[in-house]
Design a binder for this molecule. Sequence first.
Ligand SMILES: Nc1ncnc2c1ncn2[C@@H]1O[C@H](COP(=O)(O)OP(=O)(O)OP(=O)(O)O)[C@@H](O)[C@H]1O
Ligand SMILES: [Mg+2]
Length: 557
Amino acid sequence: MQPKIKKLSKDISLLIAAGEVIDKPVSIIKELVENSIDANSKKIIIKIKNGGKDYISITDDGIGINPDELELAFESHATSKLNSKDDIYKVSSLGFRGEALASISSVSKIECKSRIKSLDYGNLIEIKYGKVISKSKIASNYGTQIIVKDIFHNIPARLKYLSNTRSESGRIGQFIQSVSMSYPKISFELIIDGKKKYHTKGDNSKITIFNQLYKLLSNDLISVDFRENSYQLSGYISKPNKNFGNRSRMNFTTNGRVIKNPKIFYSIENAYRYFNKNKRFPIFNLNLTIPFNEVDVNIHPQKHEVKFEKEAEVISFIYNNILKVLNSEIPSENIKINIEQNKVISQYENTEFDQTDFFENSEEISLKKVLPILRFIGQIKNTFILCEGPDGLYIIDQHAAHERILFEKFMKIKSDENFQTLGILRYVDLGILKNQIILEKIEKFKEMGWDIEESATGEILVRNLPFLGIYKTREVDLNNLFETIILDLEANTDTPSNIIAKRLACNNAVKAGDKLSEKESEKLISDLEKTEVPWDPHGRPAVVKLEFDKLSRQFGR
Ligand SMILES: Nc1ncnc2c1ncn2[C@@H]1O[C@H](COP(=O)(O)OP(=O)(O)OP(=O)(O)O)[C@@H](O)[C@H]1O
Ligand SMILES: [Mg+2]
């Protein structure tokens, strides 16, 4: 027996996230397939013609729609899935708004046949652009078939914005593949312009689907199954040597709902990048099971996004467990990372790059600060590098960033290490007193890879400086370098080794005004991602983030 379809009361319908439900053929397919899944179907057949623009048919073997509710199902805010206001905050079905069929039927010609198991006949309803044309009894198999034709022919302005057949079919194929992998118990069949293009058996084997879609074998996959408190993460992720050039093979569901949450994607990518340095992407199908009342599914009209009540905890749970499983699966010659559970959240909180926070917690930030993967956009004023991140625009101060990178490298150099040196031989005379300040610290300089000594006449003789041969090479102004080191040493601002490394970094770093090529900028970004924290050694931020959320609000979106 199926639950009754009812019109939602005004106060409930006002709570539902409003907006465009249907904008392209794939959004129709998504809604109809989700309805079939909610109807407990075991087999779903999807047929499209001309990228879904002319014809879409979805046939399922689910519970069907009661004949006397068939017309109601196409009305706005008519649903069998919500009963009270509170249900919105604990929805377990994919649908809940009672909007999809109404939205689809208002922009297309529809024929819907449906039969419930307890009757031996079915019913057919025809609707054209929102108007019911006919209703009749028919012979039919149980389940539901919905045919959608000529979408947007009543709204030419929207018809114009549909993409070409190939792109629309591509989006549909991608969606069906992704949903079939998340629902391995359901058999999916996709027929494009009369040809069967994709088929899953519904035998509950995700591995078979990984193999079918991405040619991955069980040996290429790592099984994920973690439970912690009320959260569970399960599915498969590819081993780091099996990866892909873009994010299209990353499938994530929350309680069975396909969602695109950039923060989740980036947390998984960041964990993966410890094991795969080449900036390629993992292939995965993962599902997060989380109490229904901790996730708000009613924030996006097309339900592509959800909002987690405890987002930081969710992200941290996913990140930690992906790291853990990769750590235990990857052979021992590869790096192992020790992550202290409770500190991972701070990565995300600290992406605000709030200076006061940093200094207050400075000893606590032992955890390697991981910047998200950034996409280079361009350089402005020959000073700042612009990048796109998962959640905002990142602006990098090229000098500050390079200073941080070099500082960390110079701090690691040891005198006995084989490092590249800047071959020079120069006498520096700053006057007896200043020369003396430097010469008193000569051992410190040597420890840090400098080749300097006192000349017979009391000057500073510089034979070599550590030099890391990255980015621009410039003439080192030794007098200036020593002067600044002396100033800091006299002010006693820091330890001598920090002062020496900082000043050398500052001296060698690219300057504001230096034009950087795309390659140089990308190298700088990836080197910065590897540093401990995105600050210059003097505590000024090297990265500032403009959040997309804030931008949207400023534009009144
Ligand atoms: N394939 C189907 N099999 C059985 N019942 C269906 C099917 N499709 C739709 N229905 C019924 O029609 C109702 C309306 O469907 P519709 O998709 O418009 O709303 P919904 O799924 O309740 O919410 P949403 O708008 O969030 O999708 C559903 O609540 C369900 O009872
Ligand atoms: Mg629905």
